[in-house]
Design a protein around this ligand. Structure first.
Ligand code: IVH
Length: 699
């Protein structure tokens, strides 16, 4: 058996040139082993050695993100599923949009855009009364990314989870209005054009009738028909389906090709794409809202489903400065059409226990179709909400569904029968473990008090393996519950000790699926610090907070030590944590509390023995000139709002904090700065004027 070469240079010692050569070698080596394993069934190396190759590749890529190869093994997540589609990593993530549910939320959004800027020349371009906005129908289909190299379509991918999608190139080629080759000129050598694949409405009923005749299940709506048709294993079948594509966005582009969104759409049209004819360039929020009102009326007569209007800041230089908040752009918002409603009967109220012990009431409904989707569960939020709406079991209720949001109960029909039914009494004990539940003053939720409550443990495990955390493919919520039940997995570390043998004999599993699961688990034995922190399910610690903590503390050892020390509020670790921009006192207390729990410490010790937590990868110097720097802004800035300055500094790799210490790298001093400037001077911290900061920020 050939082995990974011994005596290889440690990843943190590699020079960029060595790293480049090493990534090339690893790509070839891993591809060879993939082929031997998956295609020829004749592996040459042990799984552990293969994993080590992949781990090394990932570690190098994290240190040198600029060197990631087009054919990098990390872009191929495992093997193509038997008879399925290969996975592809998007060169630029495919993000989603924040939703606005009414005119007010749209106005607030544009006020936020306005407040982001400071310089009067910028402000003049974003005043809500006059700002240039592209208003486009929000197509209810399936978003796809089409990659063109030298004008030829080379890859068509579904959105997937936004980071990784499925390679559906052969099928995409059969979609009408997708050019195989770009027309006209001026397109970048590499360009990913993004948009929506949709199924035309007038042929939807016909397709369903055929399916039912053939004994196949009907599609619930045209969007599902589009997804089902595009994900056909046989592209010849896809070709028979009435699928079309509207282009409305882009990902990677090897050069700039437009100054505004409307320019970009015009270019797409020249290059041979279909652009939605109802998209409209507006000036001012009122005009944009008008498009929404008109489209709401037109909606039923269109031959494709739309579920709202997307507003985009038209000027691309402003877009770029606005940037993103976690997964959604700050320069666009989806204004949804009003929710669809239906009546049905409430059969029961079930209490679900969350991973932090919260008891959430769930309405069990007589199934009913709401806006094309069958609904049988709806959330009831909490005790007060049930009392406020006076929801009683047996009532006829109005259910509402808006987009992907969990269906809600809007109200009950207060007939004579309703008055005779008993009022609902919220339980005061955990339905899963029988322990007393408490509702603390000022809180809306009842909570199970038993930390070892099985329902909580299962929920924590589900979170641990979920998509944004460890993302273990093939280990769904159902499996976690079953494995827990049978004592295969009781704590996160158990996942990494699972053996194929334990799984393959279980109902619904076989040798192949068990091996696949074990491989999926093995591929997660190295986890970047930010995802790891998120996976722990610390109260109030979502992805953004996890990232913030990872960026500041860099290694898990440092983070854990700091959180343990911070228990002592007089230690330096506590103010250091509080000082992080974006961490409030409540969150800080929860994080520190988490590390103080004996049970959690044991879970962490065990996990650390099973997996590698990679240090937060500081982006390489090329695109992060402020990596590792800590910045404090004080006083009033003229050219940028505080928010823009913070976003910009973070994009350049810096951590922004709110108070000055000896560890602060720079204090940016605006007009009328007070004590922070004085303190910086006293500590000898480097101070920057606004102009100096702008020079840094704008490179
Ligand atoms: S722009 C960075 N424009 O809506 C944001 N999205 O909720 C890029 N969608 O995933 C998206 N019509 O599938 C954009 N005219 C339009 C759209 C549109 C439909 C979908 C798209 C996206 C989802 C976000």
């Amino acid at each position: 058996m050939s082995r990974a070469p011994s005596g290889e240079t440690a990843v943190d010692k590699l020079s960029p040139a060595e790293a480049k050569a090493e990534l090339k070698r690893l790509a070839a080596e891993i591809a060879r082993h993939d082929n031997l394993y998956h295609q020829k069934d004749t592996p040459e190396i042990a799984d552990a050695d293969y994993d080590a190759l992949r781990r090394r590749n990932t570690a190098i890529e994290m240190r040198f993100p600029d060197l990631v190869r087009v054919d990098s093994p990390s872009k191929r997540v495992g093997a193509p599923p038997a008879g399925g589609f290969a996975k592809v990593r998007h060169a630029h993530a495919m993000l989603s949009l924040e939703n606005a549910m009414n005119d007010n939320e749209v106005r607030e959004f544009f006020q936020g855009v306005r407040n982001f800027f400071r310089d009067p020349r910028d402000v003049a371009r974003v005043e809500p009364d006059t700002i240039a906005i592209m208003a486009e129908p929000k197509i209810d289909g399936l978003s796809c990314s089409l990659r063109y190299e030298k004008g030829r379509l080379v890859l068509g991918a579904t959105r997937g989870d936004g980071v990784t999608g499925e390679d559906v190139t052969a099928n995409i080629r059969t979609v009408k209005t997708v050019p195989q080759e770009l027309k006209g000129k001026g397109w970048p050598d590499t360009i990913e054009v993004r948009g929506e694949v949709y199924f035309v409405k007038h042929l939807f009923a016909e397709l369903n009738a055929e399916r039912v005749k053939a004994g196949e299940p009907a599609f619930a709506n045209p969007r599902n028909a589009a997804a089902g048709s595009l994900r056909q294993l046989d592209p010849a079948v896809t070709a028979t389906r009435p699928l079309y594509f509207f282009a409305y966005a882009w990902g990677e582009a090897s050069k700039g090709f437009a100054n505004s969104h409307s320019d970009a759409l015009a270019k797409f049209k020249e290059w041979g794409f279909a652009i939605n004819p109802l998209s409209k360039l507006c000036h001012g929020v009122d005009a944009a809202l008008n498009v929404h009102a008109k489209l709401a009326e037109q909606r039923a007569s269109l031959d494709y489903d739309i579920d709202g209007v997307v507003y985009k800041v038209n000027d691309l230089d402003l877009e770029e400065r606005l940037g993103f908040v976690s997964r959604a752009p700050r320069w666009a918002i989806a204004h949804k059409f009003p929710a669809e409603q239906a009546r049905t009967v409430l059969k029961a109220i079930e209490i679900q226990v969350g991973r932090q012990g919260t008891l959430t009431p769930v309405a069990k409904l007589e199934p009913v179709t709401v806006g094309g989707v069958v609904v049988s569960n709806a959330t009831l939020h909490n005790e007060d909400e049930i009392a406020r709406k006076d929801v009683r079991v047996g009532d006829t209720v109005i259910v509402q569904r808006a987009g992907d949001v969990i269906p809600q109960i809007v109200g009950v029909i207060e007939d004579a029968a309703h008055a005779k039914r008993p009022k609902y009494k919220f339980p005061h004990e955990c339905p899963e473990c029988g322990s007393p539940a408490v509702r603390e003053e000022g809180e809306a939720a009842w909570r199970c008090t038993n930390f070892t409550c099985p329902a909580q443990a299962v929920e924590r495990l589900k979170h641990f393996v979920s998509r944004d955390a460890f993302d273990i493919e093939g280990m769904g919520e159902k499996h976690i519950a079953e494995f827990w039940q049978d004592k295969l997995i009781r704590s996160p570390a158990d996942i990494f000790r699972l053996k194929a043998k334990q799984i393959e004999e279980r109902e619904g599993w076989g040798k192949l699926s068990a091996q696949k699961l074990i491989a999926a688990i093995a591929s997660r034995k190295t986890m970047p610090l930010d995802r790891f922190i998120y996976a722990l399910g610390i109260p109030q610690t979502g992805e953004a907070t996890a990232k913030l903590l990872a960026r500041h503390y860099r290694s898990f050892t440092r983070f854990r030590t700091a959180m343990t020390t911070a228990k002592d509020k007089d230690s330096a670790a506590w103010p250091e944590l509080l000082n992080l921009h974006g961490i409030g006192e409540d969150t800080a207390a929860d994080v520190v509390g988490f590390f103080g729990e004996r049970h959690n410490r044991k879970v962490l010790d065990e996990l650390e023995a099973e997996i590698d937590i990679s240090d937060y990868a500081a982006p390489t110097a090329g695109n992060a000139p402020l990596a590792g720097k800590t910045i404090v802004f004080t006083g009033e800035l003229q050219a940028m709002s505080r928010k823009e300055a913070t976003t910009r500094a973070e994009a350049l790799g810096a951590t922004v904090t709110s108070s000055v210490s000896a560890k602060t790298s720079y204090v940016v001093v605006g007009a009328a700065a007070g004590s922070k400037a004085t303190k910086a001077k006293a500590l000898g911290v480097q101070m920057l004027t606004e102009d100096e900061w702008l020079k840094l920020a704008r490179g």
